[in-house]
Design a protein around this ligand. Structure first.
Ligand code: THU
Length: 140
């Protein structure tokens, strides 16, 4: 994937962080999901007083995209930081988010954990979630 495309996704993920609703963890996360058709969906974490009802930025982005009819995706960029600071460490997707990615994406789906548009790590979903459970198991 081209560096310019990666940097653009990271910028969108980073810009989205301002809308994160994270009064409990005080940790903001922004994600930008690139669909196969070139469209981009951002997402943020949206927490809740009943803690488990909160949702991660990545799943917000997937829910927005799927709600608009998209089901094929190429990449997602993720940026996370404490409420008043800039990213101190890479924010990798949690297990639930990896599983949601696996519902719609193959092992070659690109996951970008970023500190800035120039400092990032690129991984694949296959690396992050090997031997995943999916619809094939239900059909066997
Ligand atoms: N969070 C995300 O949105 N994405 C991740 O990849 C890791 C964690 C959120 C969930 C919660 O609102 C906050 O970060 C602290 O866990």
């Amino acid at each position: 994937m081209e560096a310019a495309v990666i940097a653009g996704l990271i910028r969108q993920a980073s810009d989205a962080m301002q809308y994160s609703y994270a009064p409990y963890s005080r940790f903001r996360v922004g994600a930008a999901l690139l669909a196969e058709d070139g469209s981009i969906f951002t997402g943020v974490n949206v927490e809740n007083a009943a803690y488990p009802a909160g949702i991660c930025a990545e799943r917000t982005a997937f829910s927005k995209a799927v709600s608009q009819g998209l089901r094929q995706f190429r990449a997602i960029a993720i940026v996370g930081a404490g409420i008043s600071g800039s990213p101190a460490d890479f924010c990798y997707p949690c297990g639930f988010c990896r599983q949601v990615m696996a519902e719609f994406c193959g092992g070659d789906f690109v996951v970008i954990a970023a500190l800035s548009p120039t400092e990032y790590r690129v991984m694949t979903l296959g690396e992050l979630l090997p031997c995943s459970f999916g619809k094939n198991q239900l059909e066997s």
